[in-house]
Design a protein around this ligand. Structure first.
Ligand code: ZN
Length: 303
């Protein structure tokens, strides 16, 4: 258990994943929404009615691909932690987790005073807390989009130059190994650019997110160009059990470039790693399909 006023460590220890590894980023997204308001000096108290639409939109965009809503964290963050305080016409405490109860009783929430004071008086602490929430729940490729979504402006210098709590260490050899095994090529499009002798624009992607406990192992990895890495993490593209590329029906792109960079790969086989190395394991592929990929997949362009 983290110390009471070690705020970044407390963010990392929020209960964000179910036992079966399902994503539950509801509380972190509600906190990020509230932190955005705090940074913009908006009133600390926000009614459920006001928070509902923007938090629902965040959940839809960055949450798991299943039906979910802001009423859940609005209630549970208050009942399960002392970071978020809810009161209503019925008095202190949350009136319940269903939409009707929260709306009818004019439920209102705010960050706990000790928490919000600590962060407003110390921008570095604020940045650490935001970073801890992102790191514990989302892959790095989508951090900036979430910050834009909640309207938080974080000075990147604060994040990279300072100590931050480490709950689990990344394997520094992971990227190099993945790139070597895939011969420095994107497993979707085959892009293999170099600048001088250095690979450029190719990354080691986790299939099951690192934040979701995905291991730094070859059978949980693919080498991808920056675009296909981002699209994998956003659920635009996925991997089928027979190691072909799936493209979401929700993805739309009418131009020739979207066609050649994305739609045209639907149903195509993923590039294989070098002989003797495993392709992405079925369990990780299945996690990505149920937790990230925006089903259904398009019918493939190729036979
Ligand atoms: Zn690519």
């Amino acid at each position: 258990m983290a110390e009471p006023d070690n705020w970044p460590a407390r963010m990392a220890s929020l209960n964000q994943w179910t036992k079966r590894g399902e994503r539950a980023p509801h509380k972190p997204l509600l906190l990020l929404y509230a932190l955005g308001r705090l940074q913009r000096n908006e009133p600390t108290d926000v009614s459920f009615t006001e928070a509902r639409q923007p938090v629902d939109a965040l959940l839809q965009e960055f949450g798991p691909p299943r039906k979910t809503g802001s009423h859940y964290p609005f209630h549970h963050l208050a009942s399960e932690s002392d970071l978020w305080v809810v009161s209503s016409d019925q008095g202190p405490g949350s009136p319940g987790s269903n939409i009707g109860d929260l709306t009818r009783s004019n439920a209102r929430g705010h960050l706990a005073p000790g928490f919000s004071e600590a962060l407003s008086s110390d921008p570095a602490q604020f940045a650490l807390v935001v970073h801890a929430l992102l790191e514990a729940n989302f892959p790095e490729t989508i951090h900036q989009e979430i910050l834009d979504g909640v309207g938080i402006d974080v000075d990147q210098m604060d994040l990279t130059s300072m100590f931050r709590p480490i709950t689990r260490r990344r394997d520094p050899r992971f990227r190099a190994e993945v790139l070597r095994v895939y011969e420095h090529r994107c497993a979707v499009c085959g892009y293999d650019g170099q600048l001088g002798r250095e690979t450029v624009g190719i990354e080691a992607a986790h299939v099951r997110w690192w934040a979701a406990g995905g291991p730094d192992e070859i059978d949980n990895a693919v080498a991808l160009c920056s675009l296909h890495h981002k699209l994998l993490d956003r659920g635009v593209i996925g991997i089928t059990p027979d190691q072909t590329v799936a493209v979401s029906e929700h993805f739309i792109g009418h131009g020739a470039v979207a066609d050649s960079l994305v739609l045209g790969f639907s149903g195509r086989p993923l590039l294989e790693p070098q002989r003797g190395h495993p392709q992405p394991a079925v369990e990780h592929v299945e996690w990505h399909r149920s937790e990230v990929f925006r089903s259904p997949r398009r019918h493939s362009a190729v036979a």
